[in-house]
Design a protein around this ligand. Structure first.
Ligand SMILES: Cc1cc2nc3c(=O)[nH]c(=O)nc-3n(C[C@H](O)[C@H](O)[C@H](O)COP(=O)(O)OP(=O)(O)OC[C@H]3O[C@@H](n4cnc5c(N)ncnc54)[C@H](O)[C@@H]3O)c2cc1C
Length: 457
């Protein structure tokens, strides 16, 4: 069997690359090892409920992801806040919110900061000064990838408590590492693009339907319509590069291609990349170096109560191991506020706990931050774990993220872990797929530019 382009991996990066290539008139085959598309974003059936493997949110600054949703026909299946509004709860009874105003950036957050009761006056001043200084940093500056975000915040005297109340609130969920471990470069990217450069960048969006419907199933339809051949349960065992092109080996089958987009996680790419292909900083590198990007886990707790306990669509916990809570009752025939999905990022402490241990630890913690949960009975408690949810955007990770170009013409890399400038996000995945298509298509004689959506920073 022959195909002009083979895309390996059916996550958001691979689907994006395949659609871009098909839109450019290329014959594309997409090979996905699992029985479904959508990669790290999927849903699983537990008894009579569809649960997402992990709550996924996006921000208004995720312009290419939003365009992806439009491309696969899912744009009407998400909700995007008209203005960023994050209800915050503490175990000691604080109910507050971080909401932006319509003022231009960075003034859009000034009134929220002035009223935020989890910071002292001096703390607000420190946070404000750090925010203004952060706006002047360039996330592409390699020096910023040498230090942790927390080490930089220390220079402003930001205390651990202020870090938790302000920076980690957003940082842990987007970077999947706390400020004490995350690269300053990645934190600057998140806070500048999302929060500080535009007043609307951090308006929060989420899916109204199971992720599988939003991404995987919608992608399958869009790919079929674009003429892409999709092969599921087609795990690629090896990728050979020769003079005339590539041979992809999947389950005993040989598939020839003139161009390949490798859109698998970094630890799979380390195994599949042909020798002499990987370029890091334009220098040939050993593919095994990619494993140095490491992995960071995410755990989600799906808790169904016998009555409503959460009275906002989402809320963040401060001073509690409960990080973010989402009301997922809609679509399950439940009254609002009964099904709470708790998202625990950078979940090194939780990943090896059993479901019973997590229940023992988190049901009381939820009752502390959600007073209505104190009288409520837990009807269902399900845990979903993703041990390798993302790479670790720690200092030094920037050096280990290759761009789409490899040393072998016609072979391009994609994946949220590649050098997109973004942390491992859906936006990064889509951007990487577009970049890989831009890299590979000229090799097939397609030179029409793939447009970029307005890109903050
Ligand atoms: C629990 C969780 C919560 C998250 N929350 C958010 C969030 O709120 N917001 C956000 O923006 N991002 C979030 N992310 C990150 C986001 O989901 C990922 O960054 C993004 O989906 C990665 O897409 P990708 O295409 O790069 O990789 P993947 O989705 O990992 O896709 C790679 C695909 O390659 C396939 N594959 C691997 N090896 C082979 C092989 N040999 N042959 C064939 N196929 C192969 C895999 O099966 C997979 O489908 C979260 C991730 C997780 C796990």
């Amino acid at each position: 069997m022959s195909a002009r382009m083979v895309v390996i991996g059916g996550g958001l990066a691979g689907v994006t690359a395949a659609l871009a290539a098909a839109d450019a008139g290329v014959e594309v085959t997409l090979l996905e090892g699992r029985p479904r598309l959508g990669g790290a974003t999927f849903s699983l059936r537990r008894d009579d409920m569809w649960l997402d493997n992990g709550q996924h949110v996006f921000l208004r600054c995720c312009t290419e992801y939003i365009a992806f949703l439009e491309r696969v026909g899912s744009a009407d299946k998400v909700y995007l806040q008209p203005r960023m509004d994050v209800p915050v709860r503490t175990p000691w009874g604080t109910r507050t919110r971080l909401a932006r105003s319509g003022l231009p950036a960075p003034l859009h957050l000034s009134s929220a900061l002035a009223r935020y009761p989890l910071l002292t006056m001096a703390g607000r001043a420190r946070v404000g000064l750090a925010a203004l200084a952060l706006r002047r940093l360039d996330p592409a500056d390699p020096a910023l990838d040498e230090v942790t975000f927390a080490a930089w915040l220390d220079r402003f005297g930001v205390t651990a408590r202020e870090r938790e109340a302000m920076w980690d609130l957003i940082g842990i969920a987007t970077l999947n590492l706390p400020a004490t471990e995350a690269s300053l470069a990645m934190a600057v990217k998140v806070f500048r693009t999302g929060v500080l450069d535009r007043n609307d960048g951090a308006d929060i969006g989420w899916s109204l339907v199971p992720l599988q419907e939003l991404h995987g199933d919608a992608s399958a339809r869009a790919l079929a319509k674009a003429g892409v051949r999709v092969r599921l349960r087609a795990r690629v065992d090896a990728l050979d590069a020769g003079d005339g092109g590539f041979v992809v080996h999947a389950g005993g089958e040989r598939i020839e291609a003139e161009a390949v987009v490798l859109a698998v996680p970094h630890y799979d790419a380390a195994r599949l990349l042909p020798a002499g292909a990987l370029l890091l900083d334009d220098v040939l590198a050993d593919p095994n170096l990619l494993t140095g990007l490491g992995t960071s886990p995410i755990v989600n707790l799906h808790v169904v109560y016998d009555r409503p306990v959460l009275d906002t669509p989402l809320a963040a916990g401060i001073g509690s191991p409960v990080q973010w809570m989402f009301d997922r009752s809609a679509g399950h025939g439940l009254a609002p506020g009964r099904y709470v999905a708790v998202s625990l990022s950078a979940a090194g402490r939780e990943i090896d706990l059993t479901s019973a241990q997590l229940r023992d630890r988190f049901v009381p913690e939820l009752a502390r931050v959600l007073p209505a949960a104190r009288q409520a009975r837990v009807e269902r408690f399900v845990v979903t774990k993703e041990r390798s949810a993302t790479f670790r955007p720690a200092p030094g990770s920037g050096r280990l993220r290759p761009g789409p170009r490899t040393a072998i013409p016609g072979l391009a890399l994609a994946g949220a872990w590649t050098a997109t400038g973004w942390p491992a996000t859906m936006e990064g995945a889509v951007r990487s797929g577009l970049s890989a298509a831009r890299e590979a298509l000229p090799h097939l004689g397609r030179t029409r530019a793939i447009p970029e959506r307005t890109t903050p920073l």
